[in-house]
Design a protein around this ligand. Structure first.
Ligand code: SF4
Ligand code: SF4
Length: 347
């Protein structure tokens, strides 16, 4: 599965499922949004497999993206999850920090996991390079490509003018051509980067729909939530309207139904949380913060506006608008615009 194919699905509701397999990671990147460390928690693997086995050929995500921490610390669970997903027709991707990189050889314990999935994405940025040398990451990429495994790089920098981004993307292109597409984004002030990264200034977002409320997220404490906002994922704030289920007991069709039919979620995807908060009489400036603290009057307004065929139609139009222009347009809006073309082609 190519990176652009995945990105083309990113705004389709329930086209993907993000799974936090673990909070653990042997690396200690200074920008880690998950503040991963070796003493973090593992996701309940039994509950995950039960949930994935509720996918059916008619109702399933197109892709399961395994993340962490470092998901390849749990290679057996990666294999079992990929197999269970594949039984329903779902493909699997893994996002790794390549902690095992060295001379390009992939350790025998990790090889079955790499072979079981449909896409392997590796992280690369100035902080990862302090933990794992760039040339070692490239050696792993060469090995993956030699074995016919579809791969990509997630590259992060400080801003669109960061010279690191122009230098590293040029080197990847020179060495790998278009065989290694790239998703280029900016550091966010989350996790270990909270103290130093700057928030990307937003244009007027007063009625901006949320583009990140499409793929459900399985958190390490086995909840199923609406989005990958770190406060919601970590459970620091997790109001009812951002919960979709419980890993141990919910089924994918139930999560799918709630994600599509919740009137509040429809309005978050259609007019965005700031507008909802304002309609409830509260004037907040913090985009995700307002979403996490919607007052009862705001929730009442969203429930009324998003219920029934009208709410369904509003949501369908918002999703269609978000998909216009394909993955490159999405990355121009939510990644670093000047590198959006490096995502490759989805057709
Ligand atoms: S590799 Fe990823 S999960 Fe591990 S410390 Fe670095 S950013 Fe965090
Ligand atoms: S606006 Fe709400 S749903 Fe969207 S990413 Fe922020 S917290 Fe999540």
């Amino acid at each position: 599965m190519r990176l652009a194919e995945m990105m083309a699905l990113r705004q389709e509701i329930c086209a993907g499922l993000l799974v936090t397999l673990t909070e653990r990671c042997p690396l200690h990147c200074a920008h880690c949004s998950a503040s991963a460390a070796l003493n973090g928690r593992h996701l309940d693997g039994v509950a995950l497999l039960r949930f994935v086995r509720t996918f059916t050929a008619q109702c399933r995500p197109d892709v399961v993206m395994l993340t962490g921490g470092e998901p390849l610390l749990r290679p057996r669970l990666v294999v079992e999850t990929a197999r269970a997903a594949k039984a329903a027709g779902t493909r699997t991707a893994v996002l790794s920090g390549a902690f095992f990189a060295g001379d390009g050889r992939i350790p025998a314990s990790i090889r079955p996991a790499i072979q079981a999935v449909d896409h392997v994405s590796l992280s690369l940025d100035v902080f990862h390079e302090r933990e794992v040398a760039r040339q070692d990451v490239f050696a792993v990429l060469r090995t993956l490509l030699r074995h016919g495994i579809t791969t990509s790089l997630h590259i992060t920098g400080t801003s669109s003018d960061d010279p690191y981004l122009s230098e590293v993307t040029a080197e990847v292109t020179r060495i790998f051509g278009t065989d290694v597409p790239m998703l280029v984004s900016e550091f966010k002030p989350i996790g270990r980067a909270a103290a130093w990264a700057r928030a990307t200034p937003q244009a007027d977002s007063s009625a901006a729909p949320c583009a990140m409320a499409a793929w459900p997220v399985v958190t390490v404490d086995a909840a199923v939530v609406v989005c990958c906002n770190q406060d919601v994922v970590d459970g620091r704030t997790r109001p009812d309207h951002l919960r979709l289920g419980v890993l141990a007991t919910s089924t994918w069709p139930e999560v799918h139904e709630r994600a599509h039919s919740s009137p509040v979620l429809r309005m978050i995807r259609t007019v965005g949380p700031l507008h909802i908060a304002r309609c409830g009489g509260t004037d907040l400036a913090d985009y995700c913060g307002s979403c996490q603290r919607l007052a009862p009057a705001a929730l009442d307004w969203a429930t009324q506006a998003g219920t029934g065929p009208a709410g369904e139609l509003l949501q369908a139009v918002a999703v269609r608008n978000g998909q216009m222009g394909g993955p490159r347009a999405l990355l121009r809006r939510h990644g670093v615009a000047r590198y959006a073309h490096l995502v490759g082609d989805d057709g």
